[in-house]
Design a protein around this ligand. Structure first.
Ligand SMILES: Cc1ncc(COP(=O)(O)O)c(C=O)c1O
Length: 347
């Protein structure tokens, strides 16, 4: 048995209802490459969730969703404005540059979020043949630092993007968490941001694996089927990804999973925020608590629980919850924090 993990929502297993959906789809033969009945039904369902016609493509993973989406938006001489801490910028091994072929322009962020003020100063030299031309902006919702853009912030960025003729991509690896955090719908977030394309996460939300690239701007999806194939993201047995998306959107399971993850993170935040040596770094708005702790606490805590040190210089740790995080897991973690505190002078 491995340690209880607060490392990532990637660490939890498959949600039983999603595993059942895979099992239930495992009957007989079905056409492949997205022509099966599950894929067609899931596309219909997703279109209903967003309240408009969409073009939806299932892919294997989040990096693949992001990179193929950017490929659909850009030419090789164009650039995408992203947050300096975005997954696209720091955790995709330069795949956007290498494969999508566009340039990423990292823009300083606050609590993981981009602002129009910061973006404005990077929107330069348009029409200058010597300079890569800004074509799109990508925001992550919720951000990599566990914060969420408010609806007002989304509206401001969305209008700014449209005014400046930039496409808007959302990395929504944990998109349902943002809807729960903001007490709104997935549709409202897309409309507020006037998003053109969304990388909609499944894997971090209880799936075995699978994500969707969802286009709200039909002009941009025309060649996507070729891009997806060329970028090795076309699943042959797509029914098993589609079956998970169908179950995920059935009976609001997506909200149930997000609510559970967020309420677990809130409990963890409440139990750790008043421990004197624990410094909470960012507002807790998704399923992660970022906390700075004394360096000497990391080893003993890690002997009992798995988690990542997010910043090796400041000893900021990321404690992430998931659909399967239990109250006992959280209480045990908080108990251990308090235990270490009472046995050390480091605070
Ligand atoms: C915000 C965000 N986007 C994209 C990804 C990429 O997902 P994958 O690891 O499936 O490529 C991750 C994974 O951690 C993520 O956190």
């Amino acid at each position: 048995m491995s340690l209880v993990s607060f490392g990532s929502d990637n660490h939890s297993g498959v949600h039983p209802s999603l595993l059942k959906a895979i099992h239930d789809a495992n009957i007989g033969d079905a056409p492949s490459y997205g022509t099966d009945e599950w894929t067609l039904a899931a596309e219909k369902k997703i279109s209903k969730i967003f309240g408009k016609p969409i073009d939806c493509f299932f892919v294997f993973n989040g990096t693949g969703a992001n990179v193929t989406a950017l490929k659909a938006l850009t030419q090789t001489w164009q650039s995408v404005l992203v947050s300096d801490v975005s997954h696209l910028n720091v955790d995709e091994c330069a795949a956007p540059e290498a494969l999508a072929g566009c340039k990423l322009i990292p823009v300083p962020s606050q609590n993981g979020k981009l602002s129009v003020d910061a973006l404005d100063s990077f929107l330069i030299r348009r029409g200058d043949q010597h300079f890569s031309q800004a074509q799109a902006i990508s925001i992550t919702q919720p951000t990599e630092l566990g914060t969420c853009y408010s609806i007002e912030e989304l509206k401001t960025i969305g209008s700014w993007a449209k005014k400046n003729k930039l496409f808007l991509h959302i990395d929504g690896a944990r998109f349902a968490n943002a809807a729960v955090s903001l007490s709104t719908s997935l549709k409202n977030i897309i409309e507020a941001a006037q998003a053109d394309v969304l990388s909609m996460g499944g894997t971090k939300n209880g799936f075995m694996m699978g994500e969707a690239v969802i286009f709200f701007n039909p002009a941009l999806s025309q060649n996507f089927k070729y891009i997806r194939k060329q970028f090795l993201q076309l699943p042959s047995k797509s029914r098993f990804i589609a079956a998970q998306f169908l179950a995920y959107f059935e009976n609001d399971l997506y909200l149930e999973i997000a609510k559970h993850s967020l309420s677990a993170a809130e409990k963890l935040y409440q139990l750790s925020k008043d421990i004197p040596a624990v410094k909470i770094c960012y507002p807790r708005q998704s399923n992660a608590v970022f906390a700075q702790i004394p360096q000497s606490w990391i080893k003993p805590l890690r002997e009992k629980f798995f988690f990542y040190v997010w910043d090796e210089k400041t000893f900021t740790c990321r404690w992430m919850t998931s659909w399967n995080t239990t109250d006992e897991n959280i209480s045990a973690f908080a108990r251990e924090l308090k235990n270490i505190q009472s046995n050390t002078k480091d605070f």
